[in-house]
Ligand binder design. Structure first.
Ligand code: ATP
Length: 292
């Protein structure tokens, strides 16, 4: 499925560790795959790190395919992936679970409902923590023991010590410099193998636009690939914010271009998302040279 040749012992390890007899709800947590890149090392290195029991931190701008890559890893390992989306109000309960009262044979009992961290640890599944640098700095140290070689946590709600089952690993994503994010604490970052995930370009981008957008006009898609390339050059030269070249925004723009005049699609899909008037004009100027 992927153009990647893994070392035999790693492939064997992956095959041996594939969880069998998954329940339907677990099966639905396995990612569908589909991440493609100009650089095969990204997927290769992520697979090797996870196969060796290490945690992976995907670092890249919005819409660069970090979630898609995490889903692809889940599909390669055939491992269900539990997800957490961080925000400032993420707390220990959202990570670990909570206590609740349940009726059992007519008797009220207190039971613990495991959250994504505990579930993934107990089952030996993958855990995806999106936008990890959006969480309050005081929440994340809960995970320090989970993320290092101990892979252990004392559940503060039950006192139980949980040791992760074989196969458990964490994939996190960060978008550094994005509004609302804080630099990731060094101790935490230190517990990950860091993989940079840049925006894709050229033929690889063309294939993604052809397969994921509703636009079928190949010539027009090729022009959008050139637009993206030009925008990425402006980003590199410091004239444009990174998110102007987002693949997600480009897919939306291609979708709109099925029914809207192309320039208006670019305005709605890309330019209007930027705060700075000069940046909006820069995007539209590039677009005019291609679509007018
Ligand atoms: N390299 C890629 N291969 C396949 N699809 C991609 C790739 N890059 C982006 N996409 C597509 O672009 C869209 C955005 O990707 P995704 O949600 O994975 O980005 P992200 O980096 O996780 O974004 P955010 O930081 O905003 O959460 C998705 O529809 C995804 O399928």
């Amino acid at each position: 499925m992927y153009n990647i040749q893994l070392p035999n012992n790693i492939q064997k390890l992956i095959d041996e560790n594939k969880v069998k007899d998954l329940k339907a709800d677990e099966q639905s947590l396995i990612g569908r795959g589909g991440y493609t890149s100009n650089n095969n090392d990204l997927l290769f290195d992520s697979i090797i790190a996870l196969a060796m029991g290490k945690n992976v931190l995907l670092k890249g701008p919005t819409g660069s395919g970090k979630t898609k890559l995490a889903e692809t890893l889940s599909s390669v390992f055939h491992q269900p992936m539990h997800s957490i989306n961080c925000s400032v109000d993420l707390d220990a309960e959202a990570l670990l679970g909570y206590k609740t009262i349940r009726q059992h044979n007519g008797v009220a009992e207190i039971t613990f409902v495991p959250g994504p961290v505990i579930k993934a640890m107990q089952e030996g599944h993958l855990l995806y923590i999106d936008e990890i640098n959006m969480a309050k700095p005081e929440t994340l140290p809960i995970l320090n023991g989970v993320l290092d070689y101990r892979k252990t946590i004392t559940n503060p709600f039950t006192g139980e010590v949980i040791r992760a089952k074989e196969g458990f690993a964490v994939i996190s994503a960060i978008n550094e410099g994005y509004v609302g994010t804080v630099p990731l604490n060094e101790a935490l970052k230190n517990r990950f193998i860091v993989i940079d995930v840049p925006y894709i370009q050229g033929d690889i981008l063309k294939q993604v636009l052809l397969s994921q957008s509703k636009l079928t006009d190949e010539k027009l898609i090729q022009k959008f690939v050139v637009l993206s390339n030009d925008l990425q050059t402006l980003v590199k030269n410091g004239h444009l914010s990174e998110e102007a070249a987002s693949v997600r925004a480009l897919i939306d723009t291609c979708d709109l271009a099925v029914y809207l005049p192309t320039l208006r699609a670019v305005q709605r899909g890309i330019a209007e998302k930027l705060d700075d008037e000069r940046e909006k004009s820069a995007v539209m100027n590039v677009a005019r040279t291609l679509f007018e």
